[in-house]
Design a binder for this molecule. Structure first.
Ligand code: ASP
Length: 462
């Protein structure tokens, strides 16, 4: 290692401490501090992190930061340069098992820690996946293909279209199910895009991700992947779904409709929730328990409708009090063809925006209203202001989630310039993005880990 590497990332007080006790990155150490003693391996420090802590990987796998000025001694016990490469193994083939195709797009599920920056980097490799989750071989024969290697904020129309086409190809080749590994941040956008672009699938198409990378003991990657693969290989649920961690402990995943799901927590593993409805079911390594029966069923044929188009000149505007019309004006002036507004309450914006909305109508820009409350329907007949806004050509998008309406509008405008046809497409439900009613038990964020609730879902919905 070069001089810089032996203290990789450490600066200031933390570097002084390493030098003082003559230890380096990858030293196995016993650290004495005013708060107790710790044993572990000194990890490289992120270049962007503070200079006050030394990071240790404990035997439990957890990483801790030890404050430099609490350290009274460090004894070097050995040296163990970590190899963070998961062993690649050939996936075994068993002709009695279903054939599942796993497409990788990136995100934490395909990541390991990068000790240069301390951040998580995408590094999808099929063999690594099996090497780290061998249980997958008990479920299916898995073929993997890396489509992209990006964090999900970098997914967009090009990748949605590309993924939809690859799904079409895999179905034509006769796979029994598809899993898509994806970053969690925009998984609900991609799930919506695929729900519209891939219709009448004969097999399950299951999106999965993880909030914590697989080198961490608390990682949700393995459970999520096992559950998603189970749905893809074994279930008869032939829809675009999202399969992610359910309760707060490693018990089971929830399976969500691709258009009714949303990431609702930035860091919790239990981040994905069905909005305005009840999840399709729960999935554990032991099996799949649907909460409902109204899903599309698996078929034997290989036909599927792929309609992979997207108009990029579509935007979503999150209304805030005192928003000025220049926001809408600039979209119109920049040639946007569609705008989804996430309005307040039942679907409102302030009066100063009215002339801009009028202008949007005159210029042939399709404007749809959704609600910031996420739960509930746009209802623009209740107040005069709602009626006024509708009078300006703004169309209520029922109970479509704002992001879903954005995706659907891009998809609709990708198909036609005829605004009446766009309206027909927008308001005709394709994949439960608009439902006839929202059940009272669909108004819950706490959807898992409470046994009476799970029992209720079982009793009432089946
Ligand atoms: N930022 C990551 C992503 O969405 C987060 C994750 O994968 O969980 O790609």
């Amino acid at each position: 290692m070069t001089g810089a590497d032996i203290h990789k990332g450490y600066r200031g007080p933390s570097l002084d401490i390493l030098r003082k006790f003559d230890v380096k990155v990858w030293s196995e150490v016993s650290v004495t501090t005013t708060r107790g003693n710790f044993e572990g391996i000194i990890l490289p420090r992120s270049e962007t992190a503070d200079d006050l802590h030394i990071v240790l990987k404990l035997d439990t796998g957890y990483n801790i930061g030890v404050t430099a000025d609490t350290i009274t001694g460090i004894e070097e016990l050995g040296y163990r340069r970590a190899a963070y490469k998961i062993p690649e193994k050939d996936f075994p083939y068993d002709e009695t098992r279903p054939n599942v195709k796993l497409f990788g797009t990136g995100g934490t599920i395909a990541s390991r820690l990068d000790y240069r920056t301390g951040a998580v980097v995408p590094a999808f490799s099929p063999g690594e996946l099996y090497g780290s989750v061998p249980e997958l071989a008990d479920i299916c024969n898995l073929e993997t293909e890396k489509l992209y290697g990006v964090f999900s904020e970098n997914m967009g129309p090009e990748q949605w279209i590309g993924t939809a086409r690859q799904i079409g190809k895999a179905i034509g080749e006769g796979v029994d199910g598809i899993v898509i590994g994806h970053g969690t941040d925009t998984m609900h956008h991609t799930a919506a895009a695929l729900s519209f672009m891939v219709q009448n699938s004969p097999v399950p198409i299951v999106m999965v991700g993880s909030q914590r990378s697989s080198d961490r003991p608390s990682s949700d990657a393995a459970l999520n992947l096992i559950c998603a693969t189970k749905v893809a290989g074994e279930s008869d649920i032939a829809e675009v779904t999202v399969c992610m961690f359910g309760p707060t402990s490693d018990q089971y995943c929830l399976l969500h409709h691709g258009t009714r799901v949303r990431k609702m927590h930035s860091s919790s593993r239990s981040a994905f929730r069905t909005i305005g409805d009840v999840p399709i079911g729960k999935v554990s390594p032991d099996g799949i328990e649907p909460f409902r029966t109204d899903y599309r069923r698996r078929r034997d044929d290989k036909s599927v409708d792929i309609n992979a188009v997207f108009e990029e000149k579509v935007s979503i505007v999150y209304y805030y009090p005192n928003m000025k019309p220049d926001i809408i004006d600039s979209l119109i002036d920049n040639g946007y063809r569609g705008i989804v507004i996430a309005g307040t309450g039942l679907g409102h914006v302030n009066k100063p925006l009215y002339p801009a909305l009028e202008k949007a109508r005159e210029k042939g820009v399709a404007v749809y209203m959704t609600v910031q409350t996420l739960w509930g329907y746009v209802q623009m007949y209740v107040y005069d202001t709602g009626r006024d806004i509708m009078g300006l050509g703004v169309i209520p998008a029922e109970n479509m989630l704002p992001e879903v309406a954005y995706i659907k509008l891009g998809w609709a405008l990708g198909q036609t310039t005829d605004l009446e046809e766009v309206r027909r497409i927008m308001l005709t439900p394709v994949a439960d993005e608009i439902t006839e009613r929202e059940p009272h038990d669909g108004y819950l964020v706490f959807q898992a880990g409470v046994s009476w609730l799970t029992d209720h879902f079982h009793r009432v919905r089946r």
